[in-house]
Design a protein around this ligand. Structure first.
Ligand SMILES: Cc1ncc(COP(=O)(O)O)c(C=O)c1O
Length: 373
């Protein structure tokens, strides 16, 4: 099956008892057993639930993976994956990660004896692993500077380390890291996968049996699993991922083009622009450039933000509605200011999640607000 068909049918066979064409929501926390230990595959919903299984089968299909595991947030998925590491292990991370990932690594996991370092991975040939590097953590495109890393080239240099790719900004519609040599792909399903800004969720997809066992155990033993209702909503949203992503890409490219020509904008970060340093790699490994971009406003960014009428000032991204965010004060405030400066996240940087509204309305809104900056 091709992407659009998998998104609608994988894990969604009509219910054998009732014939439901759309999978029902199984809210039950527990399941009847015929005799102790003999049941239909489910005993307690933390360990497994039919609605979660529907979602996991669809997610696995979309990333061309054998297994998928759903979590209660992207960060819950990240911590379950990092649970593969032992004290003394080192994780080599791309230097422009989501601020919450950095906070989890530095403030939660480092005190448990894990070591982390952060490097620019835009040139894979410069990648240097330590003896104890057990995991490489990649985001591409990155949040918020839209840097691009060459997944296949990094996979070729990972030695014995596991390569994890946070594919949140691209979505599986545009990029499949497992096909390029990654070991694990993760998403904040809160973003494009759910796509309607009404579910917090995360997931990890992979092919290795041992990692699958680890994550199955983590779901049961740690318990950061999504509710059946959240699974159902995310599953329902996946069915329109392809049409949504096409519209996000089209609008993203148009907004990036408009901003890059505007006299009140000094810089635009969008991998779909030919002068973006990662454009050629992005063209090779992605099937489109997504709806995420960042830019620097010349003038008063607060006046610009206040003047916007359609775009909403809010955290998060990947929803059908356009959102704008000030990383230094909002999504990346958990980074110390020296770390933000080192990464190039300036105080005038704005990140835009271009939604699927009418493109002319979006451009007119940006134009009238820039005039007030
Ligand atoms: C790229 C990326 N990865 C992971 C996360 C964390 O996901 P969640 O907010 O669902 O925990 C985010 C959240 O913004 C993100 O942007």
């Amino acid at each position: 099956m091709r992407f659009e068909t998998k998104a609608i049918h994988a894990g969604q066979a009509p219910d054998p008892n009732s014939g439901d064409v759309m999978p029902p929501i199984h809210l039950s926390t527990t399941f009847a057993q015929e005799e102790p230990g003999k049941h239909k595959g489910y005993d307690y919903s933390r360990g497994g639930n039919p609605t979660r299984k529907n979602l996991e089968e669809a997610l696995a299909a979309l990333e061309n993976a054998k297994y998928a595991h759903a979590f209660s947030s992207g960060l819950a998925a990240t911590s379950a994956i990092a649970g593969l590491l032992k004290p003394g292990d080192h994780l080599l991370c791309i230097d422009d990660t989501y601020g919450g990932t950095f906070r989890l690594f530095e403030r939660v996991l480092r005190p448990y004896g894990l070591d982390f370092s952060y490097v620019d991975m835009s040139d894979a040939s410069k990648l240097k692993l330590q003896k104890n590097t057990k995991m490489i953590w990649l985001e591409t495109p990155t949040n918020p500077l839209l840097k691009i890393a060459d997944i296949a080239a990094i996979a070729g240099r990972k030695e014995k380390a596991l390569l994890v790719v946070d594919n949140t900004f691209a979505s599986p519609y545009l990029q499949n890291p497992l096909d390029l040599g990654a070991d694990i792909v993760m998403h904040s399903t809160t973003k494009y996968l759910n796509g309607h800004s009404d579910v917090i969720g995360g997931c990890a997809m992979l092919n290795d049996e041992k990692i699958h066992e680890h994550l199955t155990f983590y779901q049961l033993a740690v318990g950061g699993v999504p509710s059946p209702f959240d699974c159902w909503l995310a599953n329902r949203s996946l069915k329109t991922l392809a049409v949504r992503m096409k519209a996000h890409c089209e609008n993203g490219q148009a907004v990036a083009g408009f901003l890059s020509e505007h006299k009140k904008v000094s810089k635009v970060y969008y991998p779909g622009l030919p002068d973006h340093p990662g454009h050629e790699i992005a063209k090779r490994q992605m099937r489109g450039f997504s709806g995420m971009l960042s830019f620097e406003v010349k003038g008063d960014f607060r006046k610009f933000l206040k003047a916007l009428k359609i775009l909403t000032l809010a955290e998060s991204l990947g929803g059908i509605e356009s959102l704008i965010n000030h990383p230094a004060i909002m999504t990346h405030a958990s980074l110390p200011s020296a770390e933000r400066a080192r990464r190039g996240i300036s105080d005038s940087l704005l990140r835009l999640s271009v939604g699927i509204e009418n493109i002319q309305d979006l451009i007119e809104d940006l134009d009238q607000a820039l005039a007030k900056a």
